[in-house]
Design a protein around this ligand. Structure first.
Ligand code: COA
Ligand code: MG
Length: 326
């Protein structure tokens, strides 16, 4: 049999297994329950009712994969998607990406949780969050399901804020559970809520994004920006990622594999930033030895906050693989 034919047969079998009513065995790699403090530069959305895309998602090496049960899945496909996502969490090789599931809001989301909590999911992404009460309700349900399946490790949570109401409650939402590891914003729904157009430059959402960003920074969790929907335009994607990074976001959502490499490149510190950071840290250590907390480097004053930023750059460079630990 020819190689392409073999490959097709394998794919068809894997797709069939994802539709199966019986629960497949858990892959060894998918036994890992917790992913902790890690890079979340790219979160690739994959519609939960599209098995072929789910099977390939890990091969593009995003930091996180969001199996979506919400708006990319039509109503009549919701039941199929729950089965596919449940099985995928057990049997698909996601190549080390963090496994996230975006559930539906309200009571539909409660049903989604019943299918996925026992499947070693890492993060539940909760959409259309407007108040802390909503998070508290979902956390209660998650904890009940965790008890039933005997899992002790927490399931992390990322709320998506998508309305004026949610934006104004961003801080209370960020504080509503210790399992929240990041806060993000959904700009399509947010601009629809305001009855305005979403533009490529994004001025209309500056206030909302700043609110979400400050709520995240104030609570010590990751500020994660929305998706860039114009997925065939790499130049505008890079521009928007640079802007997100400049504001303080540490990751963005993405919808197409083409977007992953540019996003990772834009979030990695530049060579020049790394070498400057090294010089700053070295100079500061020397200054401290000489009994001063401030010194001059290339005509600029260097003091503690600048050293703090330099250390953040080195940490990020190591995490991105642009610098070795030693
Ligand atoms: N996840 C995994 N694989 C994806 C993907 C995704 N989000 N988007 C595209 N691909 C794959 C395609 O299946 C195709 O694979 P193949 O070469 O093996 O056939 C390859 O990447 C190239 O895709 P392309 O033909 O350029 O795009 P498309 O027309 O198949 O899909 C979209 C375009 C926008 C429909 C698709 O990217 C998508 O569904 N994105 C996610 C949308 C979503 O979840 N939205 C909700 C959150 S905002
Ligand atoms: Mg939305």
């Amino acid at each position: 049999m020819s190689e392409p034919l073999k490959k097709n047969l394998y794919l068809e079998k894997a797709v069939q297994a994802l539709y199966s009513d019986s629960i497949p065995p858990m892959r060894d790699e998918n036994e890992v329950l917790i992913t902790g403090d890690r890079l979340r530069r790219s979160r690739l959305y994959v519609p939960g009712n599209q098995p072929k895309k789910i099977l390939k998602a890990g091969t593009y090496s995003p930091d996180c994969i969001i199996l979506d049960l919400e708006d990319s899945v039509p109503q009549k496909e919701k039941d199929n998607a729950r089965i596919i996502v449940r099985n995928a969490l057990r049997m698909v090789d996601f190549n080390g990406a963090e496994k996230m599931v975006r559930i539906n809001s309200n009571d539909t989301g409660m049903i989604d949780l019943e299918f996925i909590i026992a499947q070693n999911v890492h993060v539940i992404v909760i959409p259309k969050v407007e108040s802390s009460d909503q998070i508290i309700r979902f956390v209660k349900k998650i904890n009940e399901l965790l008890k039933v399946c005997g899992r002790r490790e927490p399931v992390f949570i990322i709320p998506i804020i998508e309305s004026a109401h949610g934006v104004l409650n961003a801080l209370e939402i960020a504080k509503s559970s210790p399992n929240i590891i990041g806060l993000t914003i959904g700009l399509e729904d947010y601009t629809a809520d305001l009855g305005i157009n979403k533009t490529i430059t994004g001025e209309e959402s500056f206030f909302a994004r700043s609110m979400v960003l400050h709520a995240a920074k104030a609570t010590g969790i990751q500020a994660l920006d929305s998706v860039h929907g114009d997925f065939r335009d790499e130049k505008s994607l890079r521009r928007s990622v640079r802007e997100s990074k400049a504001l303080g976001f540490v990751g963005v959502g993405c919808i197409h594999p083409n977007q992953i490499i540019p996003i990772h490149e834009e979030f990695s510190p530049l060579e020049i930033e790394i070498s400057q950071a090294k010089e700053i840290i070295k100079g500061f250590d020397l200054a401290i030895t000489n009994g001063t907390g401030v010194f001059e480097l290339g005509g600029k004053m260097i003091d503690a906050p600048i050293v703090k930023r330099a250390k953040q750059i080195i940490k990020l460079a190591i995490a991105c693989g642009s610098l070795s630990k030693d």
